[in-house]
Write a protein that binds this ligand. Structure first.
Ligand code: NAG
Ligand code: NAG
Ligand code: NAG
Ligand code: NAG
Ligand code: NAG
Length: 168
């Protein structure tokens, strides 16, 4: 079962702030307030779009099974199948189109009845000001549904405190 090439298009809200206000009674030996200078930067909304190349076989496979499906499900939902990925993120659908980042993580088939994968992955980007920054998703991906939304759970670098949604 291959997910092949999916378009991952995502909206990100990246901002530098903290959700909990410092209080006077906080235990100072392990928590401190952050300089307001760091916390009041404007929010930026950005929309990224690129292709996620899941190459499941051949000499250049980037999506490798580390746990096979439970035999009872190996011809249906592949329940239990776990693949570790280091997939290319490209600007176009062709595998040879410009590489802009990599999707690293793993996905696990978590349904006994349909193709539905729990995906835990970080997109690390290589371009311009985003070079080295990464954004993390943790989501259910029922791949036969036309549109799936994968929530952003955070990020680092340019994506510090990011939140957002990825549609694929
Ligand atoms: C938001 O955009 C401004 C202007 O482009 C930039 O200076 C700032 O670093 C950006 N902030 C983040 C968190 O990317
Ligand atoms: C693997 O990648 C190499 C280098 O990019 C390429 O020459 C080769 O044709 C690829 N092999 C397959 C099976 O795609
Ligand atoms: C499914 O599991 C059965 C029993 O272990 C095995 O014989 C068969 O080759 C497997 N099929 C696939 C497609 O993996
Ligand atoms: C992908 O790019 C390669 C090399 O640029 C080209 O040979 C091939 O035809 C392209 N494939 C598709 C499906 O466009
Ligand atoms: C991204 O950063 C790495 C390490 O600092 C550097 O080698 C590479 O050339 C940079 N890539 C781009 C596209 O700027």
């Amino acid at each position: 079962m291959a997910l092949k090439t999916l378009i991952f298009s995502f909206l990100v809200l990246s901002f530098h702030t903290l959700t909990t206000a410092a209080t006077a009674d906080q235990p100072s030996f392990f928590v401190r307030s952050i300089d307001r200078e760091m916390t009041e930067k404007k929010e930026n909304y950005s929309h990224f779009r690129f292709y996620w190349q899941d190459i499941v076989g051949g000499a250049n496979a980037t999506s490798i099974p580390i746990i096979e499906s439970i035999p009872k499900f190996n011809l249906t939902s592949t329940f239990g199948l776990t693949r570790v990925i280091d997939n290319a993120l490209t600007v176009g659908p062709n595998r040879t189109s410009k590489l802009v980042g990599r999707a690293q993580g793993f996905y696990v088939s978590t349904s006994q009845t349909e193709y539905d994968f729990l995906m835990i992955q970080t997109f690390v980007l290589f371009e311009g000001v985003y070079n080295g920054s990464s954004i993390t998703f943790l989501a259910r991906n029922p791949i036969n549904e036309k549109v799936r939304e994968l929530p952003v759970v955070g990020g680092v670098g340019r994506f510090r405190f990011a939140k957002g949604i990825c549609s694929c």
